[in-house]
Design a protein around this ligand. Sequence first.
Ligand code: ATP
Ligand code: MG
Length: 173
Amino acid sequence: KPLHVNEIVMDVINRFQHEKNHHVHLIDKARNGIVKADEERLVQVFVNIISNAIKFSPNGGDVAIKLENKGRMLQVAVQDEGIGIAKADISELFQKFKRIDNSARRKIGGTGLGLAICREIISMHNGDIWIESEEGSGTTVYFTLPVENKEASMLDKQSHTGANVLIVEDDSS
Ligand code: ATP
Ligand code: MG
């Protein structure tokens, strides 16, 4: 079913409205935010990533979400101002039960499944997910999803309704 990611993000952000020390906001909407995806699973991806952004920003800070069309893909970026991740650890975090154990994190709970689930869902939808981070200053989690081609879905609608395309000839020559 085609989904409007702009709307889904707004709904998910609403769930985090009550956060006192973290402001979760959408800074850029997508021009074409229509994707073919399982709504419940896509919501789960957003919730996992935003929860991490909040959880690993124990001193508060903004969580900025940006949606951007990049060719045939929609790219989502969720940026936080939290404790960050050391370069060497980033690639392992998508494995099940993988967590980082250091003094900044000792008090922060979790099972280490969130990102593994996100990766599974995104790859099911033919997208990618990756992380860029600077230890001590913040993390950005990116993922992509293929966008629905507008022309293709319009043609599809036409053939279902049986509408015809009229070709008007220009006889002014
Ligand atoms: P769960 O999601 O199952 O409750 P979790 O949050 O610990 O547990 P993941 O979401 O898979 O597990 O994340 C794995 C690890 O990656 C985290 O334990 C944390 O160390 C690190 N991490 C994830 N997101 C961030 C972030 N935004 N900032 C800093 N570290 C992060
Ligand atoms: Mg998590």
